[in-house]
Design a protein around this ligand. Structure first.
Ligand code: NAI
Length: 258
């Protein structure tokens, strides 16, 4: 029973995922910038906004689990109301670095799950820009080459979650020889502390309208259940893909605009 690493473990979707994984008998290593109170496993406080921070966190995971880990759930993230460098730093650079550093520690047939978003559904339209940034040899240096007026700054959250889709495919291809499955999950609006930031970012009316249409907002557990499913043998042939978990919101919006 090797431990599973969960980033963003202190709040919202990450905390709900940790609760469900514990209930189904998993050992856990939680990573977050904020200390999680009464965490059900080993907890590592770390800032994943930079490659060094992510590497430090990974080194501490190595120390806590020298025998290996069963997988990695990259759930830590910041909303688009944060400065664009922080958005790209946490949601892309830190995610990529901790994944790269921990991948050798993941057992054969292990899993990686990333958190994207429904806002990234059109990611393939943007593939060249995403490749240039998310796959750059030095992503921190790549941050310096982004010019003002570019989408990566103006719509940094969407750009970051599009990068997550690209990285998911990239790591899935890399994981094939060791049968490591890599997928992403894309929630619509979920009632967590981030939701207020989404209201500021996308307009309160639009977000409230989604809640009215669906009868409620998503709850952290709605997303966490799908994350747990993806770790299981039931999902053994699901690899390199994204699972939208938005209660039907995108389908509704597509039928309005098409
Ligand atoms: P949350 O704010 O409750 O949890 C995010 C966690 O990430 C927090 O515990 C926070 O401390 C941690 N974190 C942020 N920056 C960090 C850093 N530099 N280093 C380490 N940890 C850091 O938000 P929620 O909603 O649970 O978000 C989880 C993921 O789901 C995020 O990636 C978010 O972008 C994504 N998501 C959320 C949606 C929503 O409506 N809540 C919709 C679509 C995607």
């Amino acid at each position: 029973n090797l431990p599973m690493v969960v980033t963003g473990a202190a709040s919202g979707i990450g905390a709900a995922t940790c609760r469900l994984l514990t209930e189904s008998g998993h050992r856990l290593i939680g990573v977050d910038r904020t200390v999680a109170t009464s965490f059900p496993g080993t907890f590592i406080q770390a800032d994943l906004a930079t490659p060094e921070g992510a590497r430090t966190a990974a080194a501490r995971v190595h120390d806590a689990a020298p025998e290996g880990i069963s997988g990695l759930a990259n759930i830590a993230g910041v909303p688009g109301t944060a400065p664009w460098r922080t958005v790209l730093g946490v949601n892309v650079v830190g995610l990529r670095e901790i994944t790269r550093t921990l991948m050798p520690l993941i057992t054969e047939s292990g899993v990686i799950i990333n958190l994207s978003s429904v806002v990234a559904d059109g990611w393939q339209r943007n593939i060249d820009a995403l490749r240039q940034f998310a796959l750059a040899d030095d992503p921190e240096a790549a941050l310096d080459t982004i010019a003002s007026g570019e989408e990566a700054i103006d719509d940094s959250y969407r750009f970051s979650k599009e990068c997550v889709r690209l990285l998911t495919e990239h790591f899935a291809a890399e994981g094939l020889p060791r049968r490591i499955r890599v997928n992403s999950v894309s929630p619509g609006p979920v009632a967590t502390p981030i939701l207020d930031d989404f209201k500021r970012d996308h307009g309160a009316d639009k977000v409230e309208g989604a809640g009215e249409l669906l009868g409620r907002f998503g709850e952290s557990e709605d997303i966490a259940r799908v994350l747990v499913f993806l770790t299981r043998d039931e999902a053994r042939w699901v690899n390199g893909t994204d699972l939208r978990v938005d209660g039907g919101l995108t389908a509704y919006r597509n039928t309005r605009t098409n």
